[in-house]
Design a binder for this molecule. Sequence first.
Ligand code: DNO
Length: 400
Amino acid sequence: MNEKIGLPETWRWFGPGDPVKLESIRQTGAKGIVTALHHIPHGEVWPLEELMERKQAIEQAGMHWHIVESIPVHENIKTRTGNYNKLLDNYRKNLENVAACGVDTVCYNFMPVLDWTRTDLDYLLPDGSRALRFSFTDLALFDIFILKRTGAENCYSDGHLVSAEVKWKSATEEWKKRLTDTILMGVPGEAPTTLETLLESINIYKGIGASGLRENLFYSLESIMECCEENNIRMTIHPDDPPFNILGLPRIVSTHQHLVEIIRQVNHPSNGICFCTGSLGASKHNDLPGILKSIGSRIYFAHLRNVSREKDGSFFEASHLTGDTDMYQVVKELLRLQKDRNEKIPFRPDHGHVMLDDLKKNSLPGYPAIGRMKGLAELRGLAMGIEKSGLTIKQESEII
Ligand code: DNO
């Protein structure tokens, strides 16, 4: 694609073990690779040598590496316990190391214990393809009957309690195990959590609450901003996925207000946002184009995907241009921001349906090749159409 038109296209690659190889990614048209050293346990220093090998492999395949997703934040940093200061030293070291490889943007999240949470990785769509889904009934079933969290029943509507109990009675052991593995999974390539550690963590976070977690985020951000500045790195926090409370864990990156608080509290240009339309869009209260208008000056990276919300708060991942998020408005705002700021805002097509030949292959949940490539192609066309028809007009962001 003409680099001067549209939004820079990137692609998430999970490293040499990813079933989608760099040579294939190149054929999608994406120029930028988004990756991380997923096999290294959270909190450890990533060896510079290994990072350089990654960089080389990406460049040899004809692409470049500017974005790391994620340098994971260790639980002790989120809870500010134990060796958290040492872990923050390691985090700064990692920032220096990735910067030495030419990385200028780092994505991370501050979700307690679990990264994104779904209840079904294989949801059958009417056209025969498969998507990820989050069902409130299944979450309630897991919470009450499998995790057996004290007080869980108080967190769900009467309707969810009834449907969870009915489903529990007829569920097979195999289905229960699959649901448990799905909820505990987190990020492909990283160690899953267990029921025991999840329960322990839920207890720890009970004592911390949303305000404590927020303070811990601000403390951590303050402690790395100077390092980011020196190394020309911009941090982008990923929104909570889903953007509402689950399993009694606190949430601090779910709403417009949360994002405003984060950038106001640590008011430094290196403190930015990863604008994930799929995460934010799972709540009907989030006005996505409105968020872009408001805090666009701090959005340095975008994840574009769509969700269809169901009446009871459940949702499934729709194709990139359908679903409840108006992708036309989102892309238009992003293009406008690019113009205002006179700099590019990279995006990646986030997730994709399992379809066509991928139905016969093993791909990482959310990250098959063909569904993502379909999303990328649709988004590329949308951006080009908007830009070539001159639909973006200058508008400054409201705050900061
Ligand atoms: C899901 C991803 C997230 C994201 C992390 C960032 O597909 O968008 O796992 O990488 O939350 O730390």
